[in-house]
Design a protein around this ligand. Structure first.
Ligand SMILES: [Zn+2]
Length: 462
């Protein structure tokens, strides 16, 4: 990396802290509809102050707006950053050591809601851009920003937004939100996410609750629901919905190979959760393979009847369960939703209603894509250690909008660390990792600027 850029970045922490203070002081809690528009405006201002031309774009169905930015560089190779300015609710407030929207610095860390997920990442991208512009006058590659405002709510209007703005969002490569270092301080490069289908199953058998003695002749919705749930999965963890696995693409040798190089996580988790072992007895690489590459069906909650203290002999008239399916390439959530409906009908559960909540398709970048090598080499340069390549995260996000709809490779280049406490009280960043993340971003941009365009496009269609 240009040593002047490196020095500029290492000397710019105070400026980044001021940006972090401004951005994290502004609440932007989507679930509580709190401060979203104000935060979008502030986000646009911060981009513009960094020299990026920015504007606020509406999303369909009056969804939270997207902040879009662009800046041309010496090379026309274009990098798009996907990030989000919305944050999770800060509750429970009493567990915060300092108020969640009053950013506070303690022992080389800075605390605030959203500072790691995802506002700190945005400020880190801007710090890299400011340093490159200050030293070189121009960016080595072209950049775009697509900063969403509803990621923490499942990105409800993002797919149509991307479909309507394909030309605007056109880029060669994408850096995804999040990422950073693992427990050993080694950088991680994450290449994908699972999809998700979230539904509520609802059984209703009468217009009101009855005396439980009617259980002889009146249908009980909690039994209906329990029976229906038991048809979804057997006790060996196999999903029983016909066709559920049809589109699951078997893991590629390169994915298995990448997993074999990842550090094990099972023993740490086993102790942390105080469990004897894991489903199907998986450990080590088998644990990782199953966790990252297999789809699941999980019951998030069940509700019906009386669950208070003492006895109440009642026959409830409704029962509900919330369920999520985590999906892997090439499963599609609409297809799984259809198959779930057909399955319930065929098992004589046509009376059970499916209330669709949200869905996202999975997405993964091929491990042998030259973009992955570039981001990994840049990490090696900055951190001095070989990065851990993670074929996919077990969580979900709108990544398929980029991998599939826009057709560009995605990787992470972040500032997070395992104690970031995202979504939890005392969310924080650690300044050394923040600066490393800024350096990594600058190194990535420098390398992308030097790359022959055909190297990237040739490999997009293999
Ligand atoms: Zn996030």
């Amino acid at each position: 990396m240009d040593p002047r850029v490196k020095a500029a970045i290492e000397g710019s922490l105070d400026e980044s802290i001021r940006d972090l203070q401004r951005l994290c002081h502004q609440p932007s809690v989507g679930a509580q509809n709190w401060g979203i528009l104000e935060c979008a405006q502030l986000m646009r201002d911060l981009l513009q102050e960094a020299g990026v031309s920015a504007r606020i774009l509406p999303t369909p169905n009056k969804g939270n707006p997207v902040v879009y930015g662009e800046l041309k560089g010496t090379s026309s190779n274009t990098l798009i950053f996907y990030d989000h300015y919305d944050v999770q609710p800060a509750e429970p407030l009493e567990l915060w050591e300092t108020p969640p929207f009053e950013p506070a610095i303690r022992e080389n860390r800075m605390y605030a809601r959203g500072i790691s997920d995802d506002k700190g990442h945005i400020v880190a991208r801007l710090a890299a851009i400011k340093a490159l512009l200050r030293v070189q006058g121009r960016l080595p590659c072209s950049v775009k920003f697509c900063i969403e405002g509803a990621e923490e709510m499942g990105s409800p209007n993002f797919v149509p937004f991307v479909e309507q703005n394909k030309q605007l969002l056109k880029a060669d490569v994408c850096i995804w939100e999040a990422g950073g270092v693992n427990w050993e301080g080694r950088p991680t490069v994450n290449l994908g996410m699972k999809g998700i289908l979230y539904v509520e199953l609802e059984a209703r058998t009468a217009n009101r609750d009855s005396h439980s003695s009617w259980g002889t002749v009146v249908a009980n919705p909690a039994w209906r629901l329990a029976w229906a749930l038991s048809t979804l999965k057997d006790q060996d963890e196999n999903l029983l919905i016909p066709g559920f696995y049809d589109d699951v693409r078997p893991p590629l040798p390169l994915e298995i190979d990448a997993i074999s190089r990842m550090p094990d996580e099972d023993e740490e988790l086993r102790q942390s959760l105080q469990v004897e072992g894991f489903l199907k007895g998986v450990r080590g690489k088998e644990f990782l393979r199953r966790h990252l590459l297999e789809p699941t069906c999980n019951i998030c909650g069940i509700e019906s009847g009386y669950t208070g203290s003492g006895t109440k002999t009642v026959l409830p008239h409704w029962a509900k369960a919330k369920i999520d399916f985590r999906l892997v390439p090439n499963q599609r959530y609409e297809d799984i939703l259809d198959k779930l409906r057909r399955h319930l009908d065929s098992k004589r559960f046509a009376d059970i209603k499916i209330n669709y909540s949200d869905g996202e398709n999975p997405g993964r970048t091929p491990i042998d894509h030259p973009w992955v090598r570039l981001v990994a080499d840049a990490a090696m340069e900055v951190y001095g250690s070989e990065p851990v390549i993670i074929p996919t995260n077990a969580g979900s996000g709108p990544i398929h909008c980029f991998t599939d709809i826009l057709g560009i490779p995605v990787a992470t280049c972040g500032i997070g660390y395992p104690e970031s406490r995202i979504h939890a009280p005392n969310e924080n960043i650690q300044f050394d990792y923040f600066t490393k993340g800024v350096l990594h971003t600058a190194a990535v941009m420098e390398r992308l600027g030097n790359l022959n365009k055909t190297t990237l496009t040739e490999n997009l269609h293999h």
